[in-house]
Design a protein around this ligand. Structure first.
Ligand SMILES: [Zn+2]
Length: 343
């Protein structure tokens, strides 16, 4: 026992006198005294040979020694790291830094933001919903019951574990969810990603983006719908743009219409983009079908509303003269970097 205490005393002196002036010496010190095969560790393993009445005293001495070695190590570590820095006296703080690469907004984001900000100025607020949806919110509540032929136009991807789940084919599910909340009036726009089971080509993709709008209140008429959309296209494409409505069919609106704008590339004269017609189809719209209102618990005798929906990729292709929709999702930085100054 006394022998061990003498030994510790000798080590204590060694620690105190140990000179550490660089990182290598610091590491040598650590290995010798504090490492997993170091002296402190081996002294602790001697504990079992110490008679039990002396264990307390020995433990105390040993702990003090360990603390001393650790303190020495920490202090030396701070000093040697500081030294390392001050040794770099050739550091020139006046040199210019490395340029930070500033990214650019994605063209789809640019167009979405433009559409959203126009409707926000008209008092619409942005609503969001899930991309994995159940059959009710994506189809049935929208007057598209099971086996309805209009479902064929919107074939999508189903979730294997639960056939009731699917990837939404439009952002109309957000409209249904808002209407189900029962807080009226409703004036929302729903931007988001949607999915269709379509062959991928230069003109179509299995996922794309939409912005839909919904306004429900008392005495909302088709005239309100026309005026709102007319204001929108003027803000979006310019004051000179003309619009035309063509009768159409959607299960969730009655009456329904497709809206065209005069081609903003050729000004209506006819070009490659508008296929020489002078018109570009831009969105679908209509008065919300009374059955959809009733499905969501809204009194269709008291309330009416309009809804509209448009893709984002299509106007983005036209506005930036892009010829392939796949470019939007290929993450090619050379393509994306071109939009650094676009608005
Ligand atoms: Zn044209």
């Amino acid at each position: 026992m006394d022998e061990l205490l003498q030994q510790i005393e000798a080590y204590r002196k060694e620690v105190e006198g140990y000179e550490i002036s660089n990182l290598q010496q610091l590491e040598e010190f650590r290995i010798k005294f504090l490492g997993s095969k170091g002296l402190t560790k081996s002294l602790f393993s001697e504990m079992k040979n110490v008679p039990s009445e002396k264990k307390k005293e020995f433990g105390q001495v040993l702990n003090e020694f360990k603390q001393l070695a650790e303190e020495k190590f920490e202090n030396a570590k701070e000093l040697t790291t500081d030294n390392k820095l001050s040794a770099k006296e050739d550091l020139d703080l006046s040199l210019p830094g490395d340029a930070v690469q500033i990214g650019s907004r994605h063209p789809v984001t640019l167009v979405r933001n433009r559409i959203v900000s126009i409707f926000q100025r008209l008092g619409f607020s942005v609503a969001d919903g899930p991309e994995i949806e159940d059959d009710w919110h994506n189809f049935t509540a929208l007057n598209l019951p099971q086996n309805h032929p209009a479902r064929d136009m919107q074939d999508t991807f189903y979730i294997h574990q639960n056939p009731d789940w699917l990837l939404r084919t439009h952002t109309s599910n957000v409209q249904i969810r808002e209407m189900e909340k029962g807080r009226l009036p409703i004036r929302i726009i729903c931007p988001g990603r949607v999915y269709r089971n379509e062959t991928i080509s230069a003109r179509s993709h299995c996922f794309f983006h939409q912005v839909e709008g919904l306004y429900i209140d008392e005495n909302v008429s088709f005239a309100d719908l026309k005026q709102t959309l007319y204001f929108f296209v003027q803000e979006m494409f310019g004051k000179d743009v003309k619009v035309r409505f063509r009768p159409s069919y959607f299960p969730f609106t009655e009456p329904s219409a497709e809206m065209d704008v005069s081609c903003f590339i050729c000004g209506g004269k006819g070009c490659r983009i508008c296929k020489q017609t002078g018109w570009v189809e831009i969105l679908g719209c209509g008065m919300v079908h009374p059955k959809v209102l009733e499905n969501c618990g809204i009194d269709s005798n008291k309330y009416t509303g309009y809804a509209f929906g448009m893709g984002i990729e299509r106007p983005a292709l036209l506005l930036y003269d892009i010829n392939d929709i796949r470019l939007f999702s290929e993450n090619d930085a050379r393509f994306l970097r071109q939009f650094g100054t676009a608005t």
